[in-house]
Design a protein around this ligand. Structure first.
Ligand SMILES: [Mn+2]
Length: 303
């Protein structure tokens, strides 16, 4: 029943979502699950904020288009979007630059599902409070917020369906209000004592696998490549596996992961902090899987 609903949910989004043409000259970066918070110690993003900033600055300077695959802000743990922008002003400033250049697309996840409502967009995404200038500055003026997007590769006509991936997850998708409530008032407090939030796909291995299984089944049944986030498990399938890619998250203990598409190749990337001989730190970017070339058929079933 629930897996049937995952199927129909994904199919419905796939059929109605917007298509973005890409080609051999396109540079795309897909990032999800930053779970930005208010900077307090339950904010999982604080640790990686400098790595993330260095990464998106690189992508901005090198002409990439940024596709946000959802859960970039944690609106389950934080009621007020203002509290988030106030802490991460530099980041929102850069995101605004991406948007202004026409190089930013936003897909919502379950932890920022409110972003789909016109009221939230109007109230929170038009402007942000810049703690440096102490003024409201433009953010994503008239932004279109998506549940899914399709990247269509012109040379091969291969398409990639982009979704956050909570559609395979009943609590997150249908009962998100209850999930949000539990996260905000119950699990958030228990987390202080080391309990795991069972509504979080990221912290629950068993659940993670189930959610992934459902999406992979859809990928296989439709022979349609998908790029998702949500489970925080970076994934780059081999040629003989269903083409389900996952960009991971920005809240791994010591690194962030993302997916780059450059010169018609898909690469899972990791950014972290390394030490040089002279004991200075630097932010390093390295692939964690072999790049996958975009071909007409991304999946060769083993016989
Ligand atoms: Mn999620």
């Amino acid at each position: 029943m629930s897996s049937l609903s995952t199927f129909s949910r994904l199919t419905k989004i796939y059929r109605s979502c917007k298509e973005i043409p890409i080609d051999d000259s396109s540079k795309i970066v897909l990032i999800s699950d930053c779970h930005r918070g208010d900077g307090s110690w339950v904010d999982n993003f604080t640790n990686n904020q400098n790595i993330y900033y260095a990464a998106i600055k690189y992508y901005y300077e090198n002409g990439y288009t940024y596709i946000d695959l959802g859960d970039s802000d944690d609106l389950w743990k934080n009621k007020k979007f203002f509290d988030i922008t106030n802490v991460y002003t530099d980041i929102f400033h850069l995101l605004h630059e991406f948007y202004q250049d026409g190089r930013y697309y936003l897909i919502y996840g379950n932890h920022d599902i409110e972003k789909r409502t016109p009221c939230f967009i109007q109230k929170n995404l038009q402007r942000y409070y810049d703690s440096h200038t102490e003024r409201f500055e433009p953010l994503f003026d008239n932004i279109e917020v998506h549940e899914g997007l399709i990247l269509k590769h012109q040379e091969t006509q291969t398409t990639f369906f982009l979704v956050h991936g909570h559609q395979g997850d009943l609590i997150s998708d249908i009962f998100w209000r209850v999930g949000r409530l539990l996260t905000r008032y119950v699990w958030r407090r228990l987390e202080l004592f080391g309990h795991k939030d069972p509504t979080s796909a990221a912290k629950n291995y068993e659940k993670e696998r189930k959610v992934e299984r459902k999406i992979k089944d859809w990928v296989e049944a439709n022979n349609q490549p998908v790029i998702a986030g949500h489970t925080h498990r970076p994934t780059c399938p081999q040629e003989d596996e269903p083409p389900y890619f996952n960009d991971g998250s920005c809240v791994h203990p010591n690194c962030i992961t993302c997916i780059e598409i450059v010169h018609s190749e898909i690469t899972l990337m990791k950014w972290d902090i390394k030490t040089r001989e002279d004991r200075t730190f630097f932010v390093d970017r390295e692939p964690i899987a072999l790049p996958r070339k975009i071909t007409q058929n991304m999946y060769r079933r083993r016989i």
